[in-house]
Each structure stands twice: as C-alpha cells, then as structure tokens.
Design a protein. Structure first.
Ligand code: FNR
Length: 340
C-alpha cells in the first residue's frame, strides 16, 4: 500500500477503534469541597509548557502526517479550529514532506490558515538536526515534537527494526535547534527510566503519550494476517505515566485517551502542564467539520472553568495542590513502582 493510502487507512481505523479506554482516569477522584470560595469569573485557564504560554490547558495533538489532499483538508480544518479557539496545534509527522517536497503544502497550510497561532512541528526520532531545522522552517513552528513509536514500527511489516542512536539524535536536535523540543510517545506511555534518560540528554519537555486512547498496535495489527496481538495491551496507561514522569520534569504534557474536560483537569492536578487530544478531535472534525470542532472546544473551555470553580482552584497552580484519591489498577501500578 502507498504511504498516502496507509495514512488514510490509519485515520479510518483509528476512528473506528478510538472508543477503547484504560488510560486510568476512572481511578482518579477529587475530594468535593462544599465551600470553594470561588466564582467562574475568577478562573484562569492559562498555562505554560516550558516557555510557551497557552491560553487554554489543552491542545490538538499531532495527527495526519502525509497522505495528500485528504490530509491537507483535515490539517486545514484543524488549523481553522485552532485559530478560532486559540488552541495550540501540533501537525503530524513531517517526514513525508522531507521525502517528497510536493507534500510540503499538507503542513504549511496550517501556518497559512493560522499565521499568529502556536503551531508545533513533528518528526520521528530517526530525524537529524538538519531535518529538524527544515521541519521547523516549513511551518514556522513555535516548537518541535520528536515522537517515539517503537511498538508501532515493530507492528508494521515495513516498519523500522533498529532504534539505536535515537537518544544521541534527540540530544543533537535539542542542542542545535532554536525552538523548544518536546519528546512524545504515541500511545504506549513513558516510564520514569525513559524520562531520566531524556533529561540527561537535555530534554526539558515531554508528552507522556500514554496507553488508553488511540492504539497503534491495534491499528497496524488490523492490517496483518499474522498479528502481533501481544502489543495490543502493551504500554503504560496515561495516568500512571504522568505520575512516573512528573517528578523528573517540571513540564510534562498528558496525552493518550483524553477525550473529556474532566480528564484534562485530572491530568493537570496530577502534575501535567497541558493535555493533548488527538483521536477525539479528529473524529469530531470528520463528523462535524471545523465548526463542530470549534463548538466542542469552546464547550470544553467552559466545562473546565466549571470544574475548577467547584474545586475552588483559581488557576493551574492551585489544581496541583488539591488532594486526590487514587484507586484500582492505577493505585496498584504506582504502589508497585514506589510512587504512590
Ligand atoms: C497520530 N499520532 C501521531 N503522533 C505523532 O507524534 N506523529 C504523527 O504523525 C501521528 N499521527 C497520528 C495519526 C492519527 C490518525 C492519530 C489518531 C494519531 C498520535 C497522537 O499524537 C497521540 O499521541 C495518540 O493518538 C494518543 O492520543 P489520543 O488519540 O488517544 O488522544
């Protein structure tokens, strides 16, 4: 199958399987406060990812790299929604445009549509510093995501089989690039051991990309006769992954299986500085167009101010001080890892 065909296949199958859960948010409960001493107008949703200042604590995470005209139209829709709501937008892997310059428009459309917005580039850990610079220039990116997707590659018959040298390449990109670098997982989560390695390489922002949402093992296995089914439930769920990594990094992004406002607020209270949403926003865009996505994002902003009002948390810093009750598999995971 061609690269473009594979990307469209990904999107279709990602959408049909995205309802599965297991990110761990059901194991997190807030302690209700009857006297929050707070009004909706007092709430600030503003947050910071490293030096990037965001007006809302959630954003549209990386999707749809390569894939020709259909992908370009989706990226345009995502960029319109990001522009109208002030949300940060990450584009999907730009490697396709590094290999085939006719794909550049697929990504640069986002900057054309949203000239003032916060737009993040995206490449895999096979990228060199020169490729990283080229990707940033292509969309005048405010930061660059480097994604880690070992399990997805292994699950693809045509995927990479060597992951050697990735940390060295990441280190040279962090040292040589003018914009911040965010190292992200793609649905299998990050451990504290991985976080420590990344920190030693100079990385200052990570996106945990946890298990519990879009599942690239299932997506790739779905295309195979002989399936690597053992990878289908592989990975660190998003909630434990936030706790695994938040003591190593002051700036972590929560993502993987986040689809509701309450998951965003739970992520922030566990120590994330922002939450990325991919599959859920793509589904809304495809089913309801950019207008539907704008409506959803605005509704989510309102819901988040309501949740924070009920909790008596006026800003993101207050959210981190709230008591939280953890139960179930998440509590068990953190206990086994000495992190409870
Ligand atoms: C993705 N994701 C992704 N991530 C990345 O870093 N580069 C990429 O090119 C892509 N491509 C991509 C395509 C499609 C169709 C989907 C749905 C997702 C992964 C994404 O950013 C995120 O890490 C995971 O999807 C988990 O988040 P959700 O979908 O559970 O919110």
């Amino acid at each position: 199958m061609s690269r473009a065909g594979r990307k469209i296949d990904h999107i279709n199958y990602a959408l049909s399987t995205a309802s599965a859960n297991g990110a761990g948010f059901e194991d997190v409960k807030f302690v209700h406060q009857s006297l929050p001493d707070c009004a909706i107008d007092n709430i600030s949703l503003q947050t910071k990812i490293g030096e990037l200042i965001l007006s809302s604590p959630f954003f549209i995470n990386a999707m749809t790299g390569g894939g020709g005209d259909k992908t370009k139209t989706l990226n345009e829709g995502l960029a319109i929604a990001a522009r109208e709501t002030g949300l940060m937008l990450s584009v999907g892997s730009q490697m396709a445009a590094l290999k085939d310059s006719t794909e550049r428009e697929t990504y640069s459309i986002t900057r054309k549509v949203n000239p003032e917005g916060m737009i993040i580039g995206n490449l895999g850990s096979e990228a060199t510093l020169d490729q990283a610079k080229y990707a940033v220039d292509m969309i005048e990116a405010n930061a660059l995501q480097i994604h880690l997707n070992v399990v997805q590659e292994l699950a693809m018959p045509e995927g990479d089989r060597s992951f050697a040298g990735a940390l060295n390449r990441i280190e040279s990109i962090v040292n040589g690039l003018q914009v911040p670098v965010i190292v992200k997982e793609t649905g299998f989560g990050m451990s504290k051991e991985t976080a420590n390695k990344l920190k030693a390489a100079g990385v200052s922002i990570i996106d945990v990309g946890g298990y519990g949402g879009t599942n690239f093992s299932k997506i790739e296995n779905h295309r195979q006769d002989r399936q690597l089914a053992f990878f289908n439930d592989w990975g660190i769920p998003t909630v434990p992954s936030i706790v695994e990594t938040s003591s190593t990094f002051p700036s972590i992004i929560a993502s993987g299986g986040i689809s509701q406002s309450i998951d965003v607020i739970k992520s922030l209270s566990l120590g994330a500085c922002a939450a990325g949403i991919a599959g859920t926003f793509l589904r809304i865009l495809i089913e309801h167009g950019p207008e539907g996505l704008i409506e959803e994002i605005n509704a989510m902003k309102m819901e988040q101010t309501m949740i924070m009002t009920a909790l008596g948390a006026k800003n993101i810093v207050d959210l981190r001080k709230l008591p939280i009750i953890l139960s179930g598999p998440t509590y068990h995971w953190l206990h086994m890892r000495g992190l409870e």
